[in-house]
Design a protein around this ligand. Structure first.
Ligand code: GUN
Length: 294
C-alpha cells in the first residue's frame, strides 16, 4: 500500500517554482505578486491567508494583504478589486471566502479580471475548464491531478467516483478527470446528497475522490480492494482532553487496509492546494508578461 505523500510532491513543486523565480531575479525581472483580500477576521480565514503568504514568500513570490472590516460595503470591496485589476504589479487576486452575508460572492468573483483569477472561480475560467480550454483551474482539484500524475497513478479508462459536487472541488475534479489527456481519461461518476446507492457506487471505484465534507464518512466497506483513495476533507474532531484530532472524509486506518494508494490527512491534498495556487500565480505572471505561452 502506497501513501501518496502530499508534502513530498508539494516540496517538488515549490522547488520548481523557487528555481523559476530565481531565474527571473537573475535576469533582473520583476517577480510574481499575489494580492489577497480578507474581509473581517474569521479565524480559519486568517490562518489560510497567513499560510498562503508564508508559502509564497518561501519561493520568492511577493504578496500583499488588503484587510477590510466585516461591515465594508460591497461597492468598497469591488472598488479595491478594480484597483488591483488595473495594477500592473499585481498578477493574481484572491478574495478569501466565505464573505459576509451582505456581500454577493458571485458579484465579487465576476469583478476579478479572469486573467488575474488565480482561484479559478470566475465563470470565464470555469467555462474554459468545461470546454477543455486552457485557463485557471481551482487549486484543490489541480492539487488532486498533480498528486495522481506525480504518484504515477494510472487513470486512463478507470472508473473514478467523486463524492461531492461543489463548485470548488467535485465539479471541476469531474471535468478534469474526464478530460482527454494521458493524465485523465477516466470514466467519472459524480455522487452527491441525492445519489441513491452511494456506498455501492463508491465501492465500484478504481479511484475514489472524497470531497463530501463529512468527517470519516467513507468506511472500508465503501472501498474496492486495491482502489486509490484521494481524501479532500479536513476536519477537527474535538477530543475529551480539550485537544483535537484532524481527520478527513475517509476513515483512514480502516480504508488503508484495502487501498493500493491513499492520501493522508493532514499531508495529502490540503498541502497541495496552497502550492497549486502559487503555480497559478506563476502562470498569471507569464500570461501577463507574454514570456511563456500557456
Ligand atoms: N476559502 C476556502 N477555500 C478557499 C479557496 O480555495 N480560495 C478562496 N479564495 N477562499 C477559500
Amino acid at each position: 500500500m502506497k501513501i501518496i505523500d502530499g508534502k513530498f510532491y508539494s516540496e517538488q513543486i515549490l522547488s520548481e517554482l523557487r528555481a523559476e523565480v530565481a531565474g527571473l531575479i537573475d535576469r533582473d525581472l520583476r517577480v510574481p505578486h499575489i494580492a489577497a483580500i480578507l474581509v473581517g477576521s474569521d479565524g480559519a480565514s486568517e490562518t489560510y491567508i497567513a499560510n498562503k503568504e508564508k508559502k509564497a514568500r518561501s519561493v520568492g513570490i511577493t504578496s500583499s494583504l488588503y484587510r477590510l472590516p466585516a461591515n465594508v460595503s460591497e461597492k468598497e470591496l469591488l472598488d479595491v478589486i478594480s484597483f488591483l485589476n488595473n495594477d500592473d504589479e499585481v498578477d493574481g487576486i484572491l478574495v478569501q471566502l466565505p464573505l459576509p452575508a451582505h456581500i454577493s460572492a458571485t458579484r465579487v468573483i465576476e469583478t476579478i479580471l479572469p486573467s488575474k483569477d488565480v482561484d479559478g472561480f470566475h465563470p470565464i475560467n470555469m467555462g474554459r475548464l468545461a470546454l477543455g480550454q486552457d485557463g485557471f483551474v481551482p487549486a484543490t482539484p489541480m492539487g488532486i491531478m498533480e498528486l495522481l500524475r506525480r504518484a504515477s497513478i494510472d487513470t486512463a479508462g478507470k472508473h473514478c467516483v467523486i463524492l461531492g459536487r461543489s463548485n470548488i472541488v467535485g465539479t471541476p475534479a469531474a471535468l478534469l478527470m474526464s478530460r482527454n489527456n494521458k493524465y485523465a481519461n477516466s470514466t467519472v461518476t459524480l455522487c452527491h446528497s441525492k445519489t441513491e446507492n452511494l456506498a455501492a457506487i463508491a465501492s465500484s471505484a478504481d479511484i475514489l475522490i472524497a470531497a463530501i465534507g463529512k468527517p470519516e464518512f467513507v468506511t472500508a466497506s465503501m472501498i474496492r480492494e486495491g482502489a486509490v483513495v484521494i481524501d479532500v476533507g479536513i476536519h477537527r474532531l474535538p477530543l475529551k482532553d480539550g485537544n483535537y484530532r484532524i481527520v478527513g472524509d475517509v476513515k483512514y486506518d480502516e480504508a488503508a487496509t484495502r487501498t493500493s494508494a491513499i492520501t493522508p490527512v493532514p499531508g495529502g491534498v490540503g498541502v497541495m492546494t496552497t502550492t497549486c495556487l502559487l503555480q497559478n500565480v506563476m502562470k498569471a505572471y507569464h500570461l501577463r508578461n507574454g514570456a511563456r505561452p500557456i
